[in-house]
Design a protein. Structure first.
Lengths: 273, 202
């Protein structure tokens, strides 16, 4: 066995230990990226071999919490892929307006940047008060950050540029308050957002949504796990409800692909038939 | 005399990293490859997060005979195809020789990062890989090239004297002393020869 093969045995054992001890199952995550994250955590912990993590994580809950944090991807930005918001405004907002009350699910919301972007879109469409947004993630620390809605001021420039490309007509600075080197998202945006822990790997549907956004979480899953999540989404949408994925994600090879039709291929917007 | 005894590894893939001046450098290499080039080529060329990946695919596609495409998540790597990392995503190689895209943190201030592609390709292809660092203004790619060399792959750096931006080739040479230094034209010819080699009789 060469080094790579031995390491893949170590990772297999590590994932098994974590599933048995803590119930988090990472077996169906894409391996190359998962391994980079595990190695990153290994070096931070001053350990040499991946298998050395097993006894440490089994017995040290605190260490497991930081391990979980380093495994979950928290990279996100406001109005990432501005065109998506153009399309949501054109195609989905009119659909939402036909309901007296709507539910939107942001699955895998990480630290919340996309949730606030959606809230801003709803606010400018006059819909904020009649929409309940569910923002879920497996990572409690990310959820806490999302709920606080405090972001670094240095990123705001980039977000402002993105906002301008969405064609929204307000002023982005109306939605946050600057304080020292950070900004706080306006409290009115948070009123109808529920932040909750939900694991796409193992948890079930919790309601019928008009829109589900799950952008750039599924690229971390293998095809089998993606299939599970797509079924979960199709069960969680109202008739003709919309699903918006990341620009590099697609439903076309999954077993539920015939339940959806593609509305916009570039922006990965799908609608339940 | 013993040369024919030397174990010649089959090259299954070529990974290339480029940044400032990369489009021109890549087209110069690709223009020298014939349409029956039997290895896969995976490319990270640093792009601005908002830039249109397809424009680069079209630009390079018009300047070479191989199939050129933007890399898709979970796609199986095919020989004779050039895969370009899309803007704002890292490109990784899985052990089963399929591609993954991620939005992981930037590495060396870059997404896509050359190191991320090189390090995962090194593990997946081991000694059946060629790694190449071209022109660029950052040190991305240096660590990845070293890893390719550590796993028995062959490593090449564009001659800094011929590079539009010298920092990237220079950093790669500092990190990876056994890299061969070549002009772009030489790299194209080298790839043609290294990859076309028939497997030796046992």
């Amino acid at each position: 066995m060469n080094r790579v093969e031995i390491e893949s045995v170590e990772i297999e054992l590590l994932l098994q230990a974590i599933t048995k001890r803590y119930g988090y199952d990472f077996h169906n995550y894409s391996k190359a990226s998962l391994k980079r994250r595990i190695i990153g955590f290994l070096h931070k912990s001053n350990l040499e071999q991946i298998s050395e993590l097993i006894p440490r994580l089994l017995h040290d809950k605190g260490m497991f919490r930081s391990f979980l944090l380093s495994l979950s991807v928290t990279v996100t930005e406001m109005f990432r892929d501005p065109n998506v918001y153009v399309v949501l405004r054109e195609r989905v907002i009119p659909f939402l307006k036909t309901f007296p009350f709507c539910k939107i699910w942001c699955a895998g919301c990480a630290t919340g940047e996309e949730v606030y972007s959606i809230a801003i879109l709803l606010s400018e469409s006059g819909l904020l008060d009649k929409v309940q947004i569910y923002a879920t993630d497996i990572n409690d620390e990310s959820l806490q950050k999302a709920e606080l809605g405090i972001y670094s001021r240095t990123q705001i420039q980039e977000y402002t540029r993105n906002y301008q490309l969405t064609g929204l007509e307000g002023s982005f600075s109306d939605y946050y308050h600057a304080s020292f080197d950070s900004v706080v998202m306006d409290a009115s945006l948070k009123k109808n957002i529920v932040f909750a822990n939900h694991n796409l790997v193992s948890d079930e549907s919790f309601g019928k949504m008009q829109l589900i956004l799950c952008r750039n979480t599924l690229i971390y899953f293998n095809s089998e796990l993606q299939g599970r999540v797509f079924s979960l989404f199709s069960e969680s949408l109202v008739n003709k409800g919309f699903l918006c994925l990341g620009t590099k994600e697609d439903i076309q090879f999954s077993s539920v692909s015939n339940k959806f039709r593609s509305i916009r291929q570039n922006e990965k917007l799908f609608q339940l038939r | 005399m013993e040369k024919c005894q030397e174990r010649q590894h089959r090259i299954r893939a070529v990974v290339i990293g480029a940044s400032a001046g990369g489009a021109k450098a890549l087209s110069e290499i690709f223009s020298r490859l014939s349409s029956d080039f039997p290895a896969a080529i995976l490319v990270v060329n640093h792009l601005h997060p908002h830039s249109k990946t397809m424009q680069m695919v079209d630009y390079l596609g018009h300047r070479c005979k191989l199939r050129m495409k933007a890399a898709d998540d979970k796609e199986t790597i095919k020989p004779g195809t050039i895969y370009l990392a899309p803007a704002n995503y890292h490109l990784l190689v899985e052990a089963d020789l399929s591609l993954s895209l991620t939005i992981d943190e930037k590495v060396n201030f870059s997404r896509p990062s050359i190191d991320v592609l090189f390090e995962t390709a090194a593990e997946a292809y081991q000694d059946e890989l060629i790694g190449i660092v071209l022109t660029g203004g950052s040190k991305d790619g240096a660590a990845g090239l070293k890893k390719i060399s550590d796993f028995g792959g062959r490593v090449i750096v564009q001659d800094p004297k011929t590079a539009e931006a010298v920092i990237m080739p220079q950093s790669a040479l500092r990190e990876c002393e056994d890299a061969q230094v070549m002009s772009l034209a030489r790299i194209g010819d080298f790839l043609r020869d290294a990859v076309q080699v028939e497997p030796l009789a046992p």
